[in-house]
Ligand binder design. Structure first.
Ligand code: GAL
Length: 714
């Protein structure tokens, strides 16, 4: 780490109210990553808890960045209220990020408070993933390293300066429009307000372009997560009160009907106490849990357990955690002090021996966000005024709770050299390396689509789950989005039957299946089979996330930052390098899709389209609304029903366009971290002079992919 004094700890008295302005000290943390720090830094910050070291070699390989402003133009002031950070903003800049925002995409001109919450109302900034991080289309990213509730004014404030024009007379007419028309000129800054802080660290991630800045952010946090390969298949969560025999029946249903499924998730009732949690198998429901886990494993199912972190008095870890918890309870349960390694060890060790070692493949870490007003109209969770033995307060604990929970659970799997794919309801900055998909109860399809794009600006993974639906059309459209996302999840936690057999919740639970249930089931099988075909391609996109920091799911502006048409495009996104997805909702029979420069092929018709303009598409309910980029290769596998350590994918390479093209497939065991020690291959797919070739580079001894066919689409 290179340290140099920029203008070391210069403080100057500014303005009448005694604001201190401190430029602070700059430290180069890695290639293109600079930290500016000033004042008394908080003990508990997102970066302070980042477990992975920066991916130095990959960071060094990125092109060198260039900021559109001077580092010294970032102003930091400490005042009685807290800290204010001001980052220069050009009039033409577009801003993205602030974690997993739900309601907005391009954040320029908005006021955003990324605060953790389960029901993010009114687009104020509340979110499941409140990262205090944004990126600009001018090719840089800014992270305010704080766990305090922070407000960002994204070029929406105007400061009084000596140069403000004084308008002596009120001009214009008396219409309402004129009354509200102002010559208000926003300041050329993003202003962040961090009340309560006495000092701050600001991380600056250089580009040169937006994607590079995002890569730097992800790589600095250790590189993106590489989920266990089976995690990219289909996850189905069964009804909360299902007993062992009912789960067995559901498992048989999937296999008998050849509907792909890799993971079955158990919801609250598997435990003796759930609100708060005992973390003890409910033997009335699951009489022989370990045998059950084994038998599921033999049928090719991984098991995932729902829980939250609030520890019931009935739990065996209650006693040892009692003096390592906050001073407020949630549902009568302890809130473990995850900022203290003694508390996390108790929690992790217990989970390791009781669940992970016997074969539980993952957890759903619920309710680690917070609530203002929850869906049942109640409010829950610990108050911001809580105190914890480590010294962290309730506000900071809230912002970090999901992050620390992930760290605790993921740490178990890492230690055992076993990969996983987790579910989590809250996250924060520097979570890129956690293979945990965020989910939400909110269930607005348009928002779920937008969150796929926003996840790419936050180093988070987002899972737009499917439950009941208003209509078959709604159900199919939601299923398409789930198939075209980082995790395909059916969350049937309150449904007796799979929702494709009955979309209506009440009827579903009464066992009244739809007349056309079989047709819908067949359509869903088709969609899920496509998901299974996509696994090798997706897995490679995740390898790019891990090794290069490139988000596997990302807004078009990340790949086309100079194309103004992409700046506000909040419902189209790239999956990996070749696929452009443009999902539809229930409200749409067709939609406009903008295709950037180049040639794009409609996946369903193989028809080429010239980019740089908009088209209208009308995919039917079983067709995936995707376009493939000309000049690329899309490797698709013959679908399997689930992925085992021995699965070998039979691949057809689809070559789009007449030109030479290349692609890669990342190949390893899919279930351990041995790839970190070099045990993997890059299978290079090369289309050259109308001939397909493959070249395997690497040390992994087995092969997972067998290339069966090349097919040209042009
Ligand atoms: C919610 C969660 C749901 C389901 C439910 C079970 O908090 O978001 O997906 O797991 O709890 O009680």
């Amino acid at each position: 780490m290179k340290k140099y004094s920029f203008i070391s700890a210069v403080t100057c008295l500014l303005f009448q109210i005694g604001i201190m302005c401190a430029y602070g000290q700059t430290t180069q943390m890695a290639a293109g990553v600079t930290k500016i720090s000033t004042g008394e830094i908080d003990q508990f910050t997102p970066y302070g808890f980042c477990s992975e070291p920066p991916a130095k070699a990959a960071l060094d390989k990125l092109p060198s960045g260039k900021l559109p402003f001077n580092m010294a133009d970032i102003r930091i002031s400490i005042n009685k209220r807290g800290v204010v950070v001001e980052v220069p903003l050009d009039p033409s800049e577009q801003l993205y990020g602030f974690g997993l925002q739900i309601g907005s995409f391009n954040q320029r001109g908005l006021k955003k408070r990324p605060i953790v919450n389960d029901n993010p109302l009114n687009d104020l900034g509340y979110t499941h993933g409140p990262a205090t991080f944004y990126v600009s289309n001018k090719g840089y990213g800014i992270l305010i390293n704080t766990a305090r509730y922070t407000t960002f004014y994204c070029g929406s404030t105007a400061r009084l300066t000596n140069n403000n024009a004084v308008s002596a007379e009120v001009k214009g007419g008396n219409s309402v429009e004129e009354l509200y028309k102002s010559d208000h000129k926003a300041s050329g800054y993003v202003t962040a307000d961090i009340p309560g802080a006495k000092g701050i660290e600001v991380f600056v991630f250089e580009g040169p372009d937006l994607k590079n800045a995002m890569q730097r952010y992800n790589l600095f946090g250790g590189g993106g997560a590489l989920p266990a390969i089976w995690g990219l298949g289909v996850k189905y969560r069964v009804k909360a009160d299902f007993k062992q025999s009912q789960v067995d029946k559901m498992a048989a249903y999937f296999r008998d009907n050849h509907i792909p499924c890799d993971v079955l998730g158990l919801e609250p009732k598997w435990q003796t106490a759930a609100y708060s949690c005992s973390y003890v198998w409910n033997k009335d429901f699951f009489p022989t849990p370990n045998e059950f886990i084994d038998s599921m494993k033999h049928k090719g199912f991984h098991l995932n357990l729902w829980e939250h972190a609030f520890v019931s008095p009935k739990s065996p870890i209650y006693k040892s955690l009692k003096n390592k918890a906050g001073n407020y309870l949630v549902w009568n349960g302890l809130v473990p002090d995850f900022a203290d390694t003694a508390a996390t060890s108790i929690f992790a060790n217990y989970h390791q021996t009781t669940f992970v070692q016997p074969g539980i493949s993952g957890f759903k870490m619920d309710e680690c966000d917070n609530s203002n007003i929850s869906f049942g109209s109640d409010t829950w969770s610990f108050p911001e005024l809580s105190q914890f033995p480590s010294g962290i307060d309730g506000e900071q604990m809230h912002q970090l709770f999901g992050l620390l929970y992930q760290k605790t659970i993921y740490g178990i799997y890492k230690k055992l050299n076993q990969r996983t794919y987790l579910d989590v309801r809250a996250s924060n900055a520097f979570a890129s390396s956690y293979p945990a998909a965020l989910y939400s109860d909110t269930y607005v399809h348009e928002e779920y689509i937008r969150m796929i794009l926003n996840s790419g600006f936050s180093g988070m993974i987002w899972s737009p789950e499917v439950r009941e639906s208003n209509s078959i059309k709604d159900f199919m459209r939601r299923s398409q989005t789930a198939v075209l996302s980082a995790q395909t999840l059916y969350n049937s936690w309150y449904l007796q039957n799979p929702p494709w057999l009955q979309i209506n919740r009440e009827k579903n639970n009464k066992g009244e299946l739809m007349d056309n249930a079989q047709t819908v089931e067949a359509d869903i099988r088709k969609l899920l089979n496509f998901r299974m075909s996509l696994i090798p391609y997706l897995y490679n996109a995740f390898a790019d996330y891990h090794f290069k920091g490139i988000p596997p799911f990302r807004a078009l502006v990340m790949d086309y930052p100079d194309d103004k048409n992409t700046y506000n495009l909040a419902d189209e996104y790239m999956i990996g390098n070749s696929i452009l997805a443009a999902p539809l909702t229930e409200k749409q029979d067709g939609r406009k899709v903008y295709l950037p420069q180049g040639t794009w092929y409609d996946f369903n018709t193989n028809k080429p389209y010239e980019g740089g303009r908009e088209y209208t598409i009308k995919p039917d309910l079983t067709q995936l609304p995707i376009f493939i980029k000309g000049g690329t290769i899309l490797p698709l596998a013959r679908p399997v029903e689930y992925v085992t350590p021995d699965t070998r994918f039979d691949i057809t390479c689809y070559v789009y366009g007449k030109a030479d093209a290349s692609a890669t497939l990342f190949e390893d065991d899919g279930i351990t971290f041995n790839y970190e020690k070099g045990s993997y291959n890059m299978l290079n797919l090369i289309w050259n002079k109308n001939k397909g070739q493959t070249k395997r580079d690497g040390k992994f001894k087995n092969t997972r992919y067998s290339i069966k066919k090349w097919q040209v689409i042009n």
